[in-house]
Design a protein around this ligand. Structure first.
Ligand code: PLP
Length: 449
């Protein structure tokens, strides 16, 4: 029986990434407030937030400094755009801060409102750059199967998940997908991780050669794949991939929308994985999700080409009304200040061994095939048979059942592609709360048996 608010919800709202039929009878979980890593629903029940919202509320809930930064900026100047030469202090200071933090040489910053818009912008900038450089045929973008890069037409095309393409008539022309670095599922019998990485780099090279290197503009990758099931690549994967990209002059876009800002214990995920992208997309933890904001971090060579093209055309013809929104920029700036002042990334590093050990212990559970983990993010793959690694019928959604039992146990986790349960708590989770999270998840797994 739906409550009054649940009934009003299903009569009016279309929920993203939701079974639109099922929710009509179950209704949504209506959350009312949050404090630290705890959420409370409208009946007052408490839930441990095991997903940082959607991989984003890094500083947890109820952070008064962020609230204050937003309200102060709202009072002072709630909005001005930055088109045609206007600007404001928060956008300037945030761009400066991102440049200073950048793990690779970055020349300029372009603001968006989301990760999808950042990756969409990346794709446009690559095309724009290659037109400026006089190579109009070099336009294809290679992504990876199981990647998640967003939902706009371009970024959903980069996403390598069938559910994002089916019946949306995607991907668009010019986007290709290469093999995902998922050793547990895709390694040949007896193949070492090193050999697996070598084979994946060879797969990429074969794809570039089949397409024609003169037509391949860029490659995009998350350091650790998130929504594709938390896929952690072998250690030497990125250096091997990068050697291929260099050989064929293919631009490398790093999607740091989940891994950026401490998730792997380093400021950017690429620093934990020996990955050196040319340009970077960020969003989510940039503002700890207190405001919607993303950014494209642009290297000098790309900026010079953009400058050239805009000289020719009279203007750089791209931008969102809310690019560099002053309230979002002020909140992001405060978020970055808190990360630094409170040594959040160092404190994440100290918590990783405990998180990793609790995660690894889940592999003893009869339902768990692989417990993948990097930093404070994990993907628990559910299998019907541990030996053969066979999965349950994906339509039965076993991970979704675990998630439902977890919710009953007062824990929020998420099920994603590949019948995996994902865990991505706020970075500020305490050691006692990490134990509580895994205790509750284990009870949920036991109840699913
Ligand atoms: N890139 C990655 C790696 C993501 O995980 C996401 C969202 O989960 C996106 C891009 C898209 O970001 P948004 O949902 O803010 O558009």
């Amino acid at each position: 029986m739906l409550t009054n608010m649940q009934a009003r919800d299903v009569e009016t709202l279309v929920h993203p990434y939701t079974n639109l039929e099922a929710i009509r009878s179950t209704g949504p979980l209506i959350l009312e407030r949050g404090q630290g890593v705890w959420l409370h629903d409208s009946d007052g029940k408490a839930y441990l937030e095991g997903m940082a919202g959607l991989w984003c509320t890094a500083l947890g809930y109820g952070n008064e400094e962020l609230v204050e930064a937003a309200s102060e900026q709202m009072r002072k100047l709630p909005f001005t755009h930055i088109f045609g030469g206007k600007s404001h202090d928060p956008a300037i200071e945030l761009a400066e801060k991102l440049k200073e933090m950048a793990p690779v040489p970055i020349s300029k910053v372009f603001f968006t409102c989301s990760g999808s818009e950042a990756n969409d912008t990346q794709m446009k900038l690559v095309w724009y750059m290659n037109n400026a450089l006089g190579r109009p045929r070099k336009k294809k973008i290679i992504s990876r199967m199981r990647a998640y890069h967003g939902v706009t037409i371009a970024s959903a095309s980069l996403t390598g998940l069938a559910g994002n393409h089916n019946d949306f008539d995607l991907p668009i022309a010019g986007v290709r997908h290469t093999t995902a670095p998922h050793y547990y599922r895709l390694a040949e019998p007896g193949e070492s991780e090193e050999d697996f990485a070598t084979r994946l780099a060879a797969d990429l090279e074969a794809l570039i050669l089949a397409e024609g290197p003169e037509t391949v503009a860029a490659f995009i990758a998350e350091p650790v794949m998130g929504a594709g099931g938390v896929i952690v690549p072998p250690k030497t994967y990125f250096p091997k991939i990068e050697a291929v990209l260099k050989k064929y002059d293919v631009f490398f876009i790093g999607d740091e929308v989940i891994c950026g800002f401490g998730r792997l214990g380093t400021p950017f995920g690429c620093q934990a994985l020996d990955m050196k992208p040319n340009a970077i997309s960020v969003a989510k933890a940039l503002s700890s999700a207190y405001q919607p904001i993303g950014a494209v971090m642009i290297p000098e060579e790309m900026y010079q080409a953009m400058l050239e093209e805009s000289r020719k055309l009279g203007s750089f013809g791209h931008g969102f009304t809310y690019s560099g929104h002053p309230v979002a920029a002020a909140v992001a700036l405060k978020t970055l200040e808190i990360y630094e002042r409170e040594s959040i990334f160092e404190r994440v590093r100290a918590k990783i061994p405990q998180f990793a050990a609790r995660c690894a212990a889940l592999e003893d559970h009869p339902l768990v095939g692989e417990a993948r983990q990097a930093g404070l993010v994990a993907g628990i793959e559910i299998v019907a048979d541990k030996k053969t690694r066979h999965q349950f019928d994906p339509k039965l959604g076993f991970a979704a059942k675990v998630v439902a039992f977890a919710q009953d146990e007062g824990l929020i986790v998420r099920s994603v592609f590949g019948d995996a349960v994902t865990i991505c708590p706020p970075l500020v989770i305490s050691p006692a709360e990490i134990d509580e999270l895994f205790d509750r998840l284990t009870r949920a797994l036991d109840r699913t048996l």
